[in-house]
Design a protein around this ligand. Structure first.
Ligand code: TUI
Length: 314
């Protein structure tokens, strides 16, 4: 299937894997790219040296293009931005901030720049700054989120910019894929579905929680201090929300979640860990390989779209 995004990234299918901190390592990224999608190494809060190592290892597993996601709140974001240039990755996606100051450097190096945005204003700003595409991520997504839903954000971003739009947030199967295209997207990004992939090195207990999750099993913490994070409900979120309601300070709450994502992903601590996941966890029914996931999404999504979808060639 051909869209402006498959052409931009030189991939077979318009399916992009989210750059999830701790989860999106070179194993997952290489598996998604090998399956014809676009794999992404998530830098999260990692140091630049770790990200470089991940890129090198990914290249040993696949000759296909892949990218790096830079979480802009990482204190080493600037160094990682340079590592992406030095290692010559195909594309950079960014999250949780404005990547404006790095864009010229990436463009000069021929890297495709795809900021993740949660608003129309940010999408417009990114287009003016030279972005090649944007990921419009709705609040159904896991992790750090904005306020708009995917259903409302994607068409408004698609109307506001000329560059291609990639839909994210709440998409986990072919129905979500087809719906995203109907809203004006030319690719989808999925995170939660790939956390539970066979090639994902996330702890089995974390994967099991995603697979067992129902529609209403996620919570948003941190709303009161402007850092909303969607994750699966567990004793940690219950305590966090209790403290937040009681007026606990940002610092106090931060202390509670320090290292909690690692606890969930690496140690499988489902009690004290942050089990980041989107609302689409309720759609994830089992642990499939990346290739099986992409094949299923494309088959179901393609059947739903064809022949109505006119922007793409089949
Ligand atoms: O970035 C994400 N999702 C994330 S980042 C992350 S790491 C983390 N770990 C613990 C606590 C908090 C975060 C986990 N999940 N998605 C992309 C995204 N970007 N969603 C929303 C935004 C965003 C928000 C504000 C993008 C730009 C923005 O601009 C603000 C500004 O600078 O004007």
């Amino acid at each position: 299937m051909k869209t402006r995004v498959t052409q931009l990234l030189e991939i077979e299918y318009p399916v992009i894997q989210g750059g999830m901190a701790w989860v999106a390592d070179y194993h997952l990224a290489a598996a998604v790219s090998e399956a014809g999608g676009f794999g992404i190494i998530g830098a999260g809060g990692a140091p630049a040296s770790f990200v470089r190592e991940q890129i090198i290892r990914c290249r040993q597993l696949t000759n296909k293009p892949f990218g790096v996601n830079i979480m802009l709140m990482n204190p080493q974001a600037e160094e990682i931005a340079r590592v992406a240039v030095e290692e010559g990755v195909k594309a950079v996606t960014t999250g949780a901030g404005n990547p404006g100051k790095y864009m010229a450097m990436w463009k000069d190096a021929g890297i495709r720049v795809i900021p993740v945005v949660a608003s129309v204003a940010m999408a417009r700003m990114m287009e003016r700054g030279g972005a090649d595409a944007v990921v419009a991520e709705g609040m159904e997504a896991g992790g750090h989120i904005g306020a708009a839903t995917t259903m409302t954000l994607v068409p408004q971003v698609a109307d506001a910019v000329e560059i291609p739009v990639i839909a994210a947030g709440g998409i986990a199967d072919g129905r979500g894929f087809a719906a995203a295209f109907m809203l004006g997207a030319e690719a989808v990004q999925m995170g939660t579905r790939f956390v539970a992939a066979k090639e994902s090195t996330a702890h089995s207990k974390y994967k099991e929680k995603i697979i067992a999750a129902r529609d209403i099993d996620s919570e948003v913490t941190g709303m009161s201090h402007g850092h909303p994070v969607r994750q699966l409900r567990n004793p940690m979120t219950r305590e966090y929300l209790r403290l937040e309601k009681a007026g606990a300070s940002f610092e106090e709450l931060e202390q509670m979640t320090l290292g909690a994502l690692r606890k969930a992903v690496v140690e499988g601590d489902t009690v004290n860990g942050t089990l980041m996941a989107g609302q689409s966890a309720g759609l994830v029914k089992g642990e499939l390989s990346c290739s099986e996931i992409i094949r299923e999404v494309m088959q179901q999504g393609g059947n739903l779209l064809n022949p109505e979808y006119r922007k793409s060639e089949w």
